[in-house]
Write a protein that binds this ligand. Sequence first.
Ligand SMILES: *[C@@H]1O[C@H](CO)[C@@H](O)[C@H](O)[C@H]1NC(C)=O
Ligand SMILES: *[C@@H]1O[C@H](CO)[C@@H](O)[C@H](O)[C@H]1NC(C)=O
Ligand SMILES: *[C@@H]1O[C@H](CO)[C@@H](O)[C@H](O)[C@H]1NC(C)=O
Ligand SMILES: *[C@@H]1O[C@H](CO)[C@@H](O)[C@H](O)[C@H]1NC(C)=O
Ligand SMILES: *[C@@H]1O[C@H](CO)[C@@H](O)[C@H](O)[C@H]1NC(C)=O
Ligand SMILES: *[C@@H]1O[C@H](CO)[C@@H](O)[C@H](O)[C@H]1NC(C)=O
Length: 479
Amino acid sequence: MELRIYLLYSAVMVLVVAARSSVNGYVEDKRESNEEYGDFLGDEPNDDDTLNDADGEADEGNTENIVIVTNQKIYNVSVGDSLTLDCETSPPGIAVLQWLHNDNIYYLGTIKTVSDTRLNLSKNGSMTISKVTPSDEGEYKCVVTQNKPLTLRHRVVVISEPIIRELEATNNGVVVEGSQLVLSCDVTATPPPQIVWSRQRQGFNENERLRESDGIFNLNSVTIEHAKPEHSGKYYCYAFNGVGNAQAEKEVTVLYKPRVHVHRSAINTAPGARAELQCSAHGDPTPYLTWYKDGSSIAEDPRYVIINNGSQSTLVVVPKADNDFGTYTCIATNSHGVHNKSVELVQRPVIEEVEADGLKLVWKIHSHQPLEDIRIQAFPLNGDNADPTNITVPLPETRGKVYEMSHEVNDLPAGQYEVIVKVKNNKEWSRNTNPVVLNIAEQSMLIQRSSVFRGAASSVAQSTTLLSTTLMYLLIRML
Ligand SMILES: *[C@@H]1O[C@H](CO)[C@@H](O)[C@H](O)[C@H]1NC(C)=O
Ligand SMILES: *[C@@H]1O[C@H](CO)[C@@H](O)[C@H](O)[C@H]1NC(C)=O
Ligand SMILES: *[C@@H]1O[C@H](CO)[C@@H](O)[C@H](O)[C@H]1NC(C)=O
Ligand SMILES: *[C@@H]1O[C@H](CO)[C@@H](O)[C@H](O)[C@H]1NC(C)=O
Ligand SMILES: *[C@@H]1O[C@H](CO)[C@@H](O)[C@H](O)[C@H]1NC(C)=O
Ligand SMILES: *[C@@H]1O[C@H](CO)[C@@H](O)[C@H](O)[C@H]1NC(C)=O
């Protein structure tokens, strides 16, 4: 191949010399004489050659009147189009040209040195490339072959709208929690495209753009070092470059061990009263749920009914004896692990979350057994006295199984308190509730006090009770 090009090049040089001699015959003659007397006439000031060429080497220099007329240019061309690169010389028709692309010779004179059928040379020196591909991009040189070569440089920019060949993800998008997830968008586009990554999380409608904090971004890939369950969903690669845009999507599933959630961690019931214990689990693949009591499976026990529905399980229990109460455990299993949570079936009162609305506390009591004592304990947060203040709450008048309670904490000195609720039924005391913080300010107490009298009928009734109690006390003292 090298040899072939060399031979071609030699052939062209011969052609060049031949062309010169025929066109500038008289110059050749002169040159010959110069060569003859070169040593003597080297410093001859009247000699045209030495005027321009001090080193006396490129003797033809001043005799070559060939100039390149075309200016260098940047050609923007779309894939598939045809492109004509000009190299107009003057005087026309005599120059022997070479065309090079990124220093690969395409033409030596009129001889094509590559077997690319898309190339064509015109008489005026321009080279045409049909059906342009991205690999045609780069620098093109048109060289006028002579002792002192002239070079014209063109730059070709192949523009193409982004084409996404593939959006790839680690293990085809199925990864285990904690492992690495790499998404790479195989896109071709000129100029190079910008890529925007986004995802639509499983079960969500909106498409959120991935941010710096979501992963490590490279040229056309994004790496999430430790995949999490919430990373499951559809990933999008959107590429744009001013010429056009393209988008591809890929489904990603992050497999993870189950996580069990119980709706209530304690359920009150009484012998003979039906109770439903509910648990649900997340996990991918969808976990399988079973129930245990005191370390052994109750799946086959005819005393229990288990209703499984997808990722939810309900255990129906009708306790008969005391040993039917206790701890029931919901166990979720999938190929990536096991997780459990327990529900206590109890006879003590169960208090649902206490909430504070201003100075009013609201809570719910579950107790099949009759209630005997309800109290609020207020622990001062910023006092030296750690002893709680006990506020007794009147028992509900009617018996039930669920009691909706509310009580306004009016009788505490100003300060900050941590407040818990305790309830006793005929079996046991309840467990302590999570503390609620109450801020009792001087002003808010005044507002609260006045609002009591303007407030609801029940509050007024309560205050009236207070008033009558005070009157009674005064009356007794007076007697
Ligand atoms: C060629 O494209 C580039 C962007 O790729 C642009 O900046 C330039 O102006 C374009 N030139 C012509 C002659 O269209
Ligand atoms: C090259 O040019 C010649 C003459 O102009 C024409 O016949 C031929 O089809 C062209 N070839 C290509 C590939 O354009
Ligand atoms: C040279 O010829 C080709 C077609 O043969 C033409 O497309 C091109 O414009 C010409 N170039 C100049 C500079 O005239
Ligand atoms: C299962 O759960 C779904 C939704 O949580 C509910 O629509 C469906 O009725 C349930 N099926 C049974 C048999 O309980
Ligand atoms: C529930 O999980 C804990 C902690 O992983 C484990 O010690 C216990 O044995 C599990 N309980 C059952 C019934 O599998
Ligand atoms: C409130 O009751 C607790 C026990 O339930 C007791 O330790 C505490 O001293 C009581 N506080 C007051 C001020 O009587």
